[in-house]
Write a protein of this length. Structure first.
Length: 285
């Protein structure tokens, strides 16, 4: 039987979350000592461990069928590959930063400036779209020290917490790209590999949906039931169960993580009691 080859980062920021995502999809992997490649035990998947920068090329060439890589790397490399799914981890932004002491009004202030980056293509595209001409200096690491050593006036680099910029006396002034890990694929997978990829995507989406939602159980006095139900989202419609105390009912529903606290506060003020909140493992629609 055909196996689908997935490329993931060998070590670094995306490694742990990529492995965890496969495990959350109930795919069992035994990682050997050499960590070059391994085969899943209960799913037709071969895992290749690579440097993240190499993954787009391997996908274009078809050496790997699918891969997990930051959108930032994928767009910078400009390879002919398809994004199949965003994965919700490895979130960061590619930003332009200037010395803290410099004044900044708008992007025109970057005109004619020397900018150090490991993302020359994305930066050039960003400036071209805004008709700004700047001198791009490509460097492969420690971009944040470039202004301090006189190599450039400003930088464009990945930022997550912002502490690296802060520690190097820089401030963020423009966002070039919002990024996160994505699952990308070779353009022309054969039909048997496409079937395996679709099965994997089906699992990934179920896991993603579950992560974004919580299961809530609450007790509601019957005279408040209609009001509370009209307020609750639920995947389709909330479950209502009678309680031994005939004046109350139990309501079960699913609430999106982003709206969670607002909804809970309102439910409480509408008379809901004994609210239990549980994590969800998977949601299959
Ligand atoms: O060895 P390999 O080439 O595979 O890895 P790498 O060293 O090139 O990449 P790695 O592991 O650092 O990052 C892999 C991917 O993680 C990136 O391509 C992004 O998609 C994503 N990611 C998410 C980040 C960050 N957050 C991040 N903060 N990648 C890098 N950083 C760096 C950034 O370059 C800067 O040096 O972290 C620093 C800033 O962090 P804060 O928290 O101080 O703002
Ligand atoms: Zn890299």
């Amino acid at each position: 039987m055909d196996k689908l080859k997935i490329a993931i980062q060998k070590s670094g920021r995306l490694y742990e979350d990529s492995i965890k995502m496969l495990k959350d999809c109930s795919i069992e992997i035994n990682i050997g000592i050499d960590k070059l490649k391994t085969t899943a035990m209960n799913f037709p998947l071969e895992i290749l461990f690579l440097r993240d920068d190499d993954i787009p090329q391997y996908l274009e060439d078809g050496v790997a069928d699918i891969g997990i890589v930051g959108k930032n790397v994928l767009l910078e490399k400009r390879k002919k590959i398809k994004i199949k799914e965003t994965l919700g981890f490895g979130k960061c932004r590619l930003s332009i930063a200037i010395p803290k002491s410099s004044k900044y009004h708008d992007i025109e202030d970057l005109h004619g400036k020397k900018i150090a980056t490991s993302y020359p293509f994305l930066v050039q595209e960003f400036f071209m779209e805004r008709c700004i001409s700047a001198e791009i200096h490509e460097i492969s690491g420690a971009v944040e020290i470039a202004p301090g050593i006189g190599l450039a006036d400003c930088i464009c680099d990945l930022v997550s917490s912002g502490s690296t910029l802060f520690m190097n006396g820089l401030k963020e002034v423009e966002t070039v790209l919002q990024s996160e890990a994505v699952l990308a694929s070779h353009l022309n997978l054969c039909s048997s590999k496409n079937i395996i990829m679709d099965k994997l995507l089906f699992r990934i989406r179920a896991v993603k949906r579950a992560k974004n939602n919580k299961y809530i159980l609450l007790n509601v006095p019957n005279d408040r039931l209609d009001k509370i139900i009209s307020y609750l989202p639920g995947i389709k419609s909330p479950v209502i169960l009678p309680l031994a105390n005939s004046e109350c009912s139990a309501v079960h529903s699913v609430v999106n993580e982003n709206d969670f606290w607002g909804i809970i506060e309102n439910l409480k003020s509408l008379g809901a009691q004994d609210i239990l909140v549980l994590p969800i493992e998977k949601i299959v629609l």
